[in-house]
Design a protein around this ligand. Structure first.
Ligand code: MSP
Length: 523
């Protein structure tokens, strides 16, 4: 994508029936990193996140806690979901709540539009429903219960009993969109990523689509169906529309034209809603489909999908209180191939923190700054004649920057970090081989020492720039320690696609003392 174009990216909107866990945090920091990368590259970027507040799950959670649904969502969003963004240093541009008037009014308008277009009809319905998923289940998604649920049908994801619902409902003619959806996956091969997700979605659609029940009449915690107020709109239809209502669908045509269409990043659990139902809804309304949907994998704890309902949930603050937000972001985004499942363990987290952040990146920064202070009174020296070893570092930096940007275009944050990390590894090797501490003992080698320390400092400048979308706190400290803030301006204003250009850090810049970026933690 060229610089200056628009880049609108979303997280799923989360259910605030309960507090956030590290799985929610994972999606959010991934989207934030992609958004920060594009923003810092000069693209007209917009990042949206929010909460999905209607439906039966919310109604029950509120009742179980002796609150009205509105009180319950207000409390959880205020006390847990807004603070999550600060905990993880997320720079979202907007936060939408589906109980906001700006959303509810436009949902009504959208649903009325597809009704007027002839895509909604009334019908009778009986099927098994999972309140955890807020979804009717097909045969393949239903299992026989075991233990306490022996003899009952349970949800394959939640392992909890399904409920038989029989109602008069309004239906969306999803089945009419089968061919247009298959055509979309064919003509826009990147519409669903990664490829495994695309294949799964395409074969699901090929196997035939059933019409979708889009209203409920047995409870009223939702947005009323405009032509029949005895029904509320199905929570997923309401929720998916957040991506459009938040950027002015039906209220601000200019903003909508500027932002839409979006990229959606979701966990693979909700891929079909985003890659099948959502584009079909948009087609029915005559609105452009999203740019693409990227499905990432699950965080596994003890081999199972981590979840609060299975009591394997871990709160993000349990990690950030010990390791900090940068380590949280770095760990999940680098250790897991984006698009595949990944196992979380405290051992793995603390081993990577120690090896890659403290000993790898942190130590490189500390010793480079310390040597500039010791040997050059804190002034970045000018480089003299570059040798092959120095030129090799320059090449590593240039390639890392190019490869990282290409990886981000493919949404492969993990590969971008791997590319950037070649700079950390090569520079650490370069310092060990060039032994600046030995050069410092010989006055005749003064100019060589200048070149070696300039090379290390300039490599750190590139690292600060390239890693700032992933670790905004540590890179900001490094930027200030390098003295770059005074001569080059704010870190977040440094154009990312030029990070690989050599020689941006100005010789003569005063460095500032640097406390360890990743301090030792108690095991
Ligand atoms: N409210 C719906 C989404 C509506 S979007 C229009 C919903 N909410 S949720 O709170 O259950 O959040 C689901 C999302 O949280 C997943 O799609 C995924 O992004 C993230 N994760 C929840 N548990 C997770 C893991 N164990 N692992 C990875 N991501 C996880 O579904």
């Amino acid at each position: 994508m060229s610089s200056g174009s628009s880049f609108y990216i979303t997280t799923p909107i989360y259910y605030p029936s309960d507090v956030p866990h590290i799985g929610h945090g994972y999606t959010t920091v991934a989207v934030d990193t992609l958004a920060r990368w594009h923003r810092q590259s000069g693209d007209d970027t917009w990042m949206l996140t929010g909460t999905d507040e209607h439906g039966q799950k919310m109604l029950r959670a509120a009742a179980a806690n002796g609150a009205t649904p509105q009180e319950w969502v207000d409390r959880l969003v205020g006390e847990s979901w807004f603070p999550l963004l600060r905990t993880l240093d997320v720079a979202n541009d907007d936060f939408i709540r589906t109980t906001q008037a700006r959303h509810e009014e436009r949902v009504t308008q959208f649903v009325q539009a597809i009704y007027d277009n002839g895509y909604i009809y009334a019908g009778e319905f009986e099927a098994l429903y999972c309140v955890g998923c807020e979804e009717f289940k097909t045969e393949a998604e239903i299992q026989d219960g075991t233990g306490a649920f022996e003899g009952l049908k349970v949800c394959a994801i939640h392992s909890k009993p399904l409920e038989l619902l029989q109602e008069k409902n309004y239906f969306f003619k999803l089945s009419e969109f089968q061919d247009r959806l298959l055509e979309l996956y064919k003509t826009v091969p990147d519409f669903v990523r990664p490829e495994s997700a695309r294949n799964e979605v395409a074969s699901f659609v090929r196997s035939g689509l059933k019409d979708l029940s889009i209203s409920r009449s047995t409870f009223d915690w939702g947005i009323k169906v405009p032509w029949d107020p005895s029904h509320v709109i199905y929570v997923w239809v309401d929720a998916l529309l957040n991506y459009a209502t938040a950027v002015g669908y039906g209220s601000d045509p200019e903003q909508f034209a500027r932002r839409w269409p979006a990229y959606h990043v979701v966990g693979k659990d909700i891929l079909r809603f985003h890659a099948v139902i959502w584009p079909a809804m948009l087609m029915a309304a005559g609105v452009e489909v999203p740019r693409g949907v990227f499905a990432h994998g699950w965080l596994l704890v003890g081999g199972e999908k981590m979840s609060k309902s299975k009591l394997t949930g871990i709160a993000p603050t349990e990690i950030t209180d010990v390791f900090g937000s940068d380590a949280y972001r770095f760990y999940f985004l680098s250790a897991i191939a984006f698009g595949q499942d990944g196992s979380f363990s405290w051992e793995d987290l603390s081993a990577r923190y120690q090896a890659e952040l403290a000993n790898g990146f942190g130590n490189l920064a500390s010793r480079t700054i310390a040597m500039i202070e010791r040997y050059f009174e804190g002034i970045v020296p000018p480089p003299a004649q570059y040798t092959d070893a120095d030129l090799a570092i320059q090449r590593v930096v240039a390639e890392a920057a190019t490869n990282a940007d290409a990886a981000i275009e493919r949404f492969r944050i993990d590969e971008a970090i791997t590319a950037i990390w070649t700079i950390v590894d090569e520079l650490n090797g370069y310092i060990t081989e060039n032994e600046p501490w030995a050069l410092a003992k010989d006055d005749a080698k003064r100019t060589r020492l200048e070149t070696v320390l300039y090379t290390a400092a300039e490599g750190l400048r590139a690292l600060a720039q390239l890693l700032s979308p992933v670790m905004p706190v540590a890179t900001e400290k490094l930027w200030i320690a390098l003295g770059a803030a005074e001569t080059l301006g704010r870190l977040q204003d440094q154009p990312l696609r030029e990070a690989g250009v050599w020689g941006l850090l100005k010789p003569g810049t005063s460095v500032n003392g640097l406390a360890p970026l990743f301090p030792r933690v108690e095991q």
